[in-house]
Design a protein. Structure first.
Ligand code: FES
Ligand code: FES
Lengths: 157, 767
């Protein structure tokens, strides 16, 4: 079957049944998406399915055929970072970095759906993404900043 | 130095382009899955793998017995402090795969190697192990009881060792005390839970006949030595690479069975073998932390002066002694920031049928800070004094440093009241107490109970015996640093680059810091114990001084003046009296590798330096937690948190802040959320994120960070270490705050974690 990931089409086997996360990582070499728990709790594996943030460790690959998948590798346009990435970079958000792909994918989906998230809305949206390194304060700041950068970018157009 | 710079690590991390072990793939790579004991204690009578062997894609299946010819037993720590404990081991042996007995649930007993990971896992599930369950001791107090079944054959009991530290006349001080407070305190078992679990990829190395091992570790050199020993190779036949590592927090120190197993099987099969831990395996087979029980007694005068302290700690080492020194660090740090003349502190370390206990952020010191800081509050409550006043009455005064503790340590420097005063002021302590009194006086049953908690901590860092750094100025003027430390999220590479830029006069962007590869770095201890900058930075400063001196000598020749005439200023080596006559490091480097270099100067521009810290160092600080407890539900809300930390000078303030944020998150979570729980059969009841409560984004208020700065005289940068400090301070601060909120209800102590149900029961007088 065909998967459309970051705008590119990939062919993968239909069987055996498996989840999107491992297809991305092990079969397609898109290792930016991480594994944290495999049980839908930690958010490390977050990707977008038709623009909505989902946990790729819980998504059977068969459900994805023909739909648009975006992973962290698809966030930047070539050299040009996505506003969320710029904000995360500016705020020096990462520690070990393991959770960061998932954090940024959740943040991107939030901002797309809600360009002016309040502090509470940011916390609520980011609540399902664990960071064991405790970067939460910087993540919050980075998401607010990312929203501002994204608004500035759209207004400029 | 001291400036805010951008972390060199971040650009690749925010693109998802970090390279962690599980991201690596080698041609022909095979996958390993493990069969783990479901029993906490069992004899292995037989293993039937015929079904597994028959599955397509399965390459091999091995048991503990199969591995005996390939692997010597794993290193175990010797009893007592350091490696000089001198105990001879009898039955205490740990193999890569259990041979006769499994001693904790999750101990690996067999392994399957297959062409893909799913096949390996499926095959592992078909393996039938014939277990004979043995009696289980999962509780450390029961493990010590007479008649408890011994975990190791050949030993009479489950005692690893006991160590007692005594000073002064404790009996007399207790007899003369105005008050005595006593309390049993639990320091619950925790899991490290780095979001990236452990992972290993071993590949045969045809050049040496040994292996290259990629491992998610904090200590590549230690892993190299241990793998070489177990596989009977020379150290130069083992290359260990720690690429990007997704957090460690102490649980990735040293080698684990899986590293030896993958290495041995890669050699045997002549193919790369990879193992990636899943989350349940992490909870079962990666070391835990804390796990102590402490009976503490303090004798005090009427004014709050503590005259004597007794502690008896029972420390649960789990099924194998991996870090039995840690409970002895707890007693060493037993008096905290206080001048207590008479002490009798003992730690008894025991085995249980549980996952081994070793380092977790703070490793022995958070326990000490928790006990003494809780005891301070108990004394204050008993005497009706303010907890801040009791602390001030007992502080080691600033003029007493270097201070010899009754436990045998020498604290290098400290100004404890300064940190406390600053924290209280930032918190608005007097106003908070007024608010608390007001709330209590106008008790509306729906108003949250306000609690204010203080913790003054001191901790022990800068562990040796050495750390290394090599600084090489390339012929074009760029600078490459190789270091024995192995950062895994801290951002220490960035701090190192800042120091290099400052000390050599080179552009920050021209500097590459290499770490985590035993083939390209000098011998190192690794990153743990808040030692990277204090010890690794010492080595770096030594190497930089030698390179700079040589650059100055070469510049002097080039500019035809004496070396004393050259100064390093604004990225230039220039003549003091004629500043327009100046050279860049690149110009000097070109000369250092050229024919024109004078014969009396050695070729090249590099230096390798080892730093041996003369003694340990002792960062400190004062934290204030403000909590509100919901009277209906017992839920604790952290309203405010003030952390004043003194780690000496801050080279990279943002990187220090990152460490403090992370430390606070983990320390606060010990106070309120996290606990590894076993049942009486040694079955783990908290194996997933459902039952092991790691804190989330909504849990923390914005933190107020502040600092005092007391440099240590014991290393060239004067820095003290900050990786664990905030964890150590925050657990007691939050615990004290919650108990303070309930103090007017007669509550004096509650064991951690302070989850709603426990707090709710305490409010209702039902323990
Ligand atoms: S790995 Fe998917 S939610 Fe944790
Ligand atoms: S940065 Fe390490 S888990 Fe978030």
């Amino acid at each position: 079957m065909n998967l459309v990931i970051n705008g590119q089409t990939y062919q993968v086997a239909k069987d055996p049944p498996r989840v999107l996360l491992w297809v991305l990582r092990d079969e397609l070499g898109l290792t930016g998406t991480k594994f944290g728990c495999g049980a839908g709790y930690c958010g490390a594996c977050t990707v977008h399915l038709d623009g909505v943030a989902v946990r790729s460790c819980q998504v059977p690959v068969s459900r994805v055929a023909g739909r648009a998948v975006t992973t962290i590798e698809g966030l930047a346009r070539g050299e040009e970072l996505h506003p969320v990435q710029r904000a995360f970079l500016e705020a020096q958000t990462p520690q070990c970095g393991w959770c960061m792909s998932g954090q940024m994918m959740t943040a991107t989906a939030l901002i797309a759906a809600n360009p002016r998230p309040s502090e509470e809305e940011i916390i609520a949206a980011m609540d399902g993404n664990y960071c064991r390194c405790g970067a939460y304060a910087r993540i919050r700041r980075a998401v607010a900043r990312a929203a501002a950068l994204a608004r500035a970018a759209t207004e400029a157009v | 130095m001291g400036a805010t710079v951008k972390r060199k690590e971040d650009p690749r991390l925010i693109r998802g382009a970090g390279a962690y072990v599980a991201d690596l793939k080698l041609p022909g790579m095979l996958h390993l899955a493990l069969v783990r004991s479901p029993y906490a204690h069992a004899r292995i009578r037989g293993i039937d793998a015929s079904a597994a062997q028959a599955l397509p894609g399965v390459v091999t299946m091995v048991t503990g017995r199969d591995m005996l010819p390939l692997c010597d037993p794993l290193p175990l720590a010797s009893s007592g402090e350091g490696s000089e404990g001198g105990e001879v081991y009898t039955g205490r042996v740990r193999h890569v795969l259990a041979v006769e007995r499994a001693r904790h649930a999750g101990e690996a007993v067999a392994a399957v190697v297959a062409a893909s990971y799913p096949v390996a896992v499926d095959a592992a599930q078909t393996i039938e192990v014939d277990y004979e369950p043995l009696p289980v001791v999962s509780d450390p107090l029961q493990a010590l009881a007479p008649g408890a079944p011994p975990i190791f054959e050949g030993l009479n009991d489950n005692l690893d060792h006991r160590r007692r530290r005594q000073k002064g006349d404790v009996e007399a001080a207790f007899a003369a005390a105005h008050v005595v407070v006593r309390q049993r305190m639990l320091n619950q078992r925790l899991a490290g839970f780095p979001l990236e679990g452990r992972a290993v990829l071993a590949a045969p190395d045809p050049t040496t006949g040994g292996v290259t091992l990629y491992s998610s570790t904090q200590t590549p050199h230690q892993v190299r030595s241990e793998v070489a020993t177990v596989l009977r190779l020379n150290e130069n036949q083992v290359r260990v690479i720690a690429p990007d590592v997704g957090g460690g927090f102490g649980v990735k120190i040293g080698s684990y069975p899986e590293e030896h197993l993958c290495a041995a099987l890669a050699l045997q099969l002549n193919a790369p073998v990879r193992w990636v831990e899943n989350r349940l395996e992490h909870m079962l087979a990666t070391t835990h932390g804390r796990a102590q029980i402490c009976d503490i007694e303090a004798a005090a005068a009427a004014d709050g002066t503590i005259t004597a302290l007794r502690m008896r700690i029972v420390a649960d080492l789990g099924a194998y002694p991996l870090a039995p020194v840690l409970p002895d660090l707890t007693t060493a740090m037993g008096v905290g920031v206080y001048a207590i003349p008479n002490v009798d502190l003992e730690a008894v370390s025991v085995y249980t049928n549980t996952t081994p206990v070793a380092a977790y952020r703070g490793a022995g010191r958070p326990e000490a800070a928790y006990y003494i800081e809780r005891a301070m509050d108990l004394v204050a409550a008993e005497l009706g004094l303010d907890p801040a006043a009791v602390r001030r009455r007992n502080f080691i005064p600033p003029d007493a440093f270097p201070y010899k503790t009754p436990t045998g340590l020498t604290y290098d420097s400290g100004e404890y009241d300064r940190a406390l005063s600053k924290a209280l002021e930032r918190a608005g302590y007097a106003e908070l107490r007024r608010e608390q009194a007001h709330r209590r006086a106008h008790a509306d049953p729906a108003t949250p109970l306000l609690g204010i908690g203080i913790a003054c901590y001191v901790e022990m860092c800068g562990f040796g015996p050495y750390e290394s750094a090599r600084v090489k100025v390339e012929p074009g003027g760029a600078v490459t640093v190789s270091t024995g430390i192995s950062p895994h999220g801290q951002g220490t590479g960035t701090t190192f680059a800042q120091i290099v830029a400052d000390q050599l006069g080179v552009d920050f962007d021209q500097i590459v810091v290499r770490h985590g590869d035993t083939a390209t770095t000098p011998m190192g201890i690794g990153t743990m114990g808040s030692r990277s900058l204090a010890v690794g930075g010492g080595a770096l400063m030594g190497a930089l001084a030698r390179v700079r001196d040589k650059a100055i000598r070469i510049a002097a020749v080039m500019l035809d003046v004496g070396p004393e005439e050259i100064e390093l200023c604004e990225r230039c080596y220039r003549v003091r009296s004629a500043p327009h006559r100046a050279l860049s490091l690149a110009q000097i480097a070109a000369r250092a590798y050229s024919r024109k270099l004078p014969a009396d100067i050695d070729c090249g521009l590099e230096a390798t330096e080892y730093f041996r810290p003369p003694d340990l160092i002792y960062p400190f600080g004062a934290h204030v937690a403000v909590v509100e407890v919901d009277p209906e539900t017992g839920e604790v809300r952290l309203r405010d948190y003030i952390a004043v930390d003194d780690c000496g000078p801050r080279i990279s303030p943002l990187i220090v802040a990152g460490q403090i944020h992370g430390g606070l998150a983990q320390g606060i979570a010990q106070a309120l959320l996290e606990e590894v729980v076993y049942d009486a059969n040694g079955q783990l009841l908290s194996g997933s994120l459902m039952d092991y409560a790691v804190p989330r984004a909504d849990f923390f208020p914005p933190f107020t960070l502040d600092q005092t700065e007391t440099p240590t005289p014991l290393n060239p940068l004067g820095v003290k270490g900050v990786g664990e400090a905030a964890t150590i301070g925050s657990t007691p601060a939050v615990a004290n705050a919650v108990i303070d909120a309930l103090a007017h209800l007669g509550v004096r102590h509650l064991d951690l974690p302070l989850r709603p149900e426990k707090v709710w029961r305490a409010m209702r007088g039902r323990r």
